[in-house]
Design a protein around this ligand. Structure first.
Ligand code: ADP
Ligand code: MG
Length: 868
């Protein structure tokens, strides 16, 4: 029956599982190559075994981008120009190989500008083998004796590993032997001088803690990524010299454990360093040929050499590989020589090459972006998508970053000044990469069988061989001495010579002696068996004791190794934290100082704020006070102006009425002249012009100066001279002006309020009405009318005339008045007429009815005049 077991690729831990939350930063190393013979200026200085310093070359303008002239960059370790390949290997790659053997994945890549020593570091040259041949050598030195026979492990096409049974493996081996003419033992082969002496035997090293009870097999693949296409460098294609077929590109697939792999990629099982390196060299040659044929530049492609190690425990006998697919483990180590990191502009690429160059840079750019996003996600706790899929290189290594494994990068730098700017970019990338953390791979569980199976099986086989040899060898004729001694311990035999047929003494004695011997022998056999059994059980006990002790020691050793590693890690962590804490302390110090300054500022600002608030308060109250004062002033002014306005309106009214009256009068006179001029020569007496004039001080009202031949229609004197009776109505509210302007009507009945009785006795009525004019003067109006009888027998008054007398308020202007009465505006004495009250009254303005005097007055179309 053919039984096959499928091996698993290292399982990617489920996303949320917390069993392994330990992480390690990507290990970034820096290797400085020696300056080339033609280069003179150097821009890099190694200042410690972890730090380098970059100097801007003299020609370059320094602070152009805010860069300092000198910048320092730190790494996990810096390797100066004198570093040997061996030293580099010990530090950088050896732990990865150890991990590989202990079922853990690793990724190692070289990064840098073209010519910086990436290939030298990864591959090396004869006599100076790089990380790749040394890693292969270490693998085979470690697992060499424990390798499974060829074809016991067989890769499937889904990135898994099958375990074939003995028969199938044997058949496959026979097929291989018949197909190829390669001699079976590599020792007899001539080694290609191109890669001879890659590693000298004295450099050989091997991993500790190799599980001897497992069986191992190494598989290698070699791919090239050019222009974002993947090519299998180990693919055996029938070469057609006439029409060489262009290499077919491969695609990436995800296996059932979500690990990425190159679908259909050749995986060659190799059994020794030489064989493995030969396979590598075959790929290398193919790569060179393809590059020449297709006019490509190798510095623009990424080369990826994948070493897969399959391991499975031996069965209980320690004889064959256990046919249990769950017990097969596959780990892999990727050795990547990246394309030159320089920008496209630096290369003299043209045409299609330019496009390719752009693409290659694109993949490195994607790598940078991925690292950037990863770092951001890890540092800020964000969950941005990492664009692994944007390029083949990053997509292929996705699992290292979001799964688990150890990632290391050797940053190669050429110290020549021409590379300064590119090197600066390389340094920045390196700095960023160091901050990315990758989950630490967990230890695989070991199978349930006791340890030391292989050894015991070997010992058994050895013993068997020895015995077989013993049996076939010459037999020694003598008895072994032990047997002799044993025989001597038996009771001696009596003389057994029979004297005659009647000798019945000798025989019975002999029989007795023999029986005795027989009994002794029986006893001895029993004794022997007992002792043997005892010895056996003791031995067995000892054996198991030893076994368990050995197990224990083995276990302890493993634990010790782990503890050592842990201690180392913790030491590193402590160093890192110490550095960080120093940095933070420094920052705190600065912050403290800044805080103090700010607090000082705050205090002074608060002080200022307070004083300003106080000032504001003061200003506010000042403002309020001002406001109320202004309000007072405004009301005062308003009142004043209201009065003034009223006064002016009234004055204007008077003026207008006066003008109207004058016109009216003129018209009347004209009429009188026309109608009466011929018959009557007597002109109505008219006062002199001077008499018409109102002294300006007396009244603010404009004087009704007639412009034409103004005629004074009636004289007041004639009024009172007649036999008319007057009702003199003076309201008791009137102010006693005590002046010359008091109307004086002889023969009048004085009343405070008009009454029927007084009116019936009179035929004339005068109302003395007082009011305060807008200019503060008291204005007295004499409203005159005629009394007539109504049909109902009552009395009615029809107003006929209004006289306005103006007088300054006696309280405020009594002194001024007196002076004014004595002298005119020009200081000349006034005419005597003015002193007469009556004259003065009559000289006062006469108003026609119809002016707006209020509701109490009857309106008439014109003023009635009476002849004297
Ligand atoms: P890259 O692969 O980065 O383009 P190479 O590895 O091809 O660069 O190196 C360019 C040249 O520099 C090679 O001739 C190589 O031998 C030499 N070189 C690189 N690094 C070193 C070193 N550390 N010591 C001596 N020579 C070196
Ligand atoms: Mg190179």
């Amino acid at each position: 029956m053919i039984r096959q077991a499928k091996g698993k690729t290292p399982r990617r831990p489920p996303p949320k599982k917390t069993s392994n939350n330990q992480k390690d930063p990507v290990g970034v190393y820096c290797r400085v190559r020696p300056l080339g013979a033609d280069d003179e200026e150097c821009c890099i200085e190694v200042i410690s075994n972890t730090t380098i310093q970059l100097h801007a070359p003299d020609g370059l303008k320094a602070n152009r981008n805010g860069e300092y002239k000198e910048t320092q960059y730190s790494f996990k370790k810096v390797f100066g120009i004198k570093t040997t390949q061996k030293e580099l290997f010990e530090d950088v790659a050896k732990p990865l190989v150890e991990d590989l053997i202990h079922c853990k994945n690793g990724l190692l890549f070289t990064y840098g500008v073209t010519g910086s020593g990436k290939t030298h570091t990864m591959t090396g040259s004869p006599g100076q083998g790089g990380l790749l041949p040394r890693s292969l050598d270490m693998i085979f030195n470690s697992i060499g004796p424990y390798q499974a026979k060829r074809y016991v492990f067989k890769p499937d096409d889904k990135n898994g590993m099958e375990v074939q049974n003995q028969v199938d493996a044997l058949l496959d081996r026979q097929k291989r032997d018949s197909q190829s003419a390669v001699p079976k033992t590599p020792n007899t082969r001539r080694i290609d001088p191109e890669f001879a002496d890659m590693i000298s035997p004295e450099d050989a090293c091997r991993a500790d803690g190799v599980d001897e009870d497992s069986s191992y097999s190494v598989f290698v693949s070699y791919i090239e990524i050019y222009n974002n296409y993947i090519y299998d460098l180990l693919e055996e294609t029938p070469f057609d010299p006439i029409k060489p077929k262009p290499p077919q590109s491969k695609i990436l697939r995800e296996d059932q454990n979500h690990n990425m792999y190159v679908a259909g990629c050749t995986e060659v099982e190799v059994k020794s360093t030489e064989e493995a390196f030969e396979v590598f060299w075959r790929g290398q040659k193919k790569r060179r040929i393809a590059n020449t044929q297709l006019n490509r530049e190798s510095s623009r492609s990424h080369s990826v050499f994948i070493v897969k190690l399959a391991q499975a425990p031996l069965d209980a006998d320690g004889d064959n590989v256990l046919q249990d697919k769950n017990q097969v483990n596959v780990s892999q180590l990727c050795l990547v020589d990246l394309a030159g990191s320089e920008r496209t502009s630096r290369t003299r690429a043209e045409g299609s090459r330019l496009r390719e160059a752009g693409n290659i840079n694109q993949s490195l750019m994607t790598l940078r972006t991925c690292i950037e996003v990863l770092r951001e996600n890890q540092m800020c706790g964000t969950n941005k998508m990492v664009p692994y899929r944007d390029s083949k290189v990053t997509h292929l290594f996705k699992n290292y970053f979001d799964g688990e494994g150890k990632v290391r990068m050797v940053v190669c730098v050429n110290p020549k000044a021409d590379d300064y700017e590119e090197t600066l970019l390389v340094m920045r990338f390196a700095e960023m990469t160091q901050e990315v953390e990758v989950a630490r791979p967990v230890d695989r569980p070991i199978c349930g069988y006791t340890a030391g199976r292989r050894q015991r099986n070997q010992a058994f086989k050895d013993e068997l061989t020895r015995r077989l040899e013993e049996r076939g060898g010459p037999v020694d004729g003598e008895f072994p001495t032990v047997l002799n001694q044993l025989l001597q311990s038996f009771p001696p035999l009596p003389p057994c010579e029979v004297s005659g047929p009647n000798d019945d003494v000798t025989l019975p004695r002999l029989i007795e002696a023999l029986e005795k011997r027989h009994r002794v022998r029986q006893m001895m056999i029993e004794e022997y068996n007992k002792t043997a059994n005892m010895l056996k059980s003791v031995l067995q006990e000892q054996d198991s004791n030893i076994l368990s002790k050995e197990n224990f020691i083995h276990e302890q050793r493993g634990k010790l190794g782990e503890k050592d590693k842990m201690i180392q890690n913790q030491k590193n962590e402590i160093d890192r934290l110490e550095k960080k804490s120093k940095m933070l302390e420094y920052k705190i110090d600065i912050l403290q100082k800044t805080t103090n300054i700010y607090e000082e500022d705050k205090r002074s600002l608060q002080h200022e704020l307070e004083s300003r608030e106080q000032r504001l308060q003061r200003e506010m109250s000042e403002k309020r006070r001002m406001e109320s004062r202004m309000q007072g002033i405004v009301t005062d002014a308003k009142l004043k102006w209201e009065k003034e306005c009223e006064r002016r309106v009234n004055a204007k009214q008077l003026e207008m009425q006066n003008k109207l009256w004058v016109k009216d009068e003129k018209l009347k006179q004209l009429k009188a002249i026309v109608t009466e001029g011929k018959t009557e020569n007597r002109q109505p007496q008219r006062p002199s012009r001077e008499k018409d004039k109102v002294p300006p001080k007396r009244s603010a009202s404009p004087s009704p100066v007639p412009t034409g031949p103004a005629v004074r229609p009636l004289h007041r004197r004639s009024h009172s001279a007649g036999g008319e009776r007057w009702v003199d109505h003076t309201p008791s509210t009137n102010v006693d002006l005590d002046t010359v302007l008091q109307p004086n009507i002889p023969n009048a009945i004085k009343v405070n309020a008009p009454n029927e009785k007084a009116l019936s006795k009179c035929d004339k009525y005068v109302l003395t009405h007082q009011e305060v004019a807008s200019d503060g003067e008291i204005q007295t109006k004499l409203i005159k009318g005629e009394v007539f009888r109504t049909r109902g027998g009552g009395q009615a008054v029809q107003f006929t005339d209004i006289e306005t007398l103006k007088q300054e308020n006696p309280v405020v202007a009594s002194s001024r008045k007196r002076r004014s009465s004595e002298s005119g505006p020009d200081g000349e004495p006034m005419e005597g007429d003015w002193t007469d009250v009556e004259t003065r009254c009559s000289v006062a303005l006469e108003m026609r009815a119809g002016s707006n005097l209020g509701p109490g007055y009857q309106h008439h179309g014109y003023t009635k005049r009476r002849k004297p």
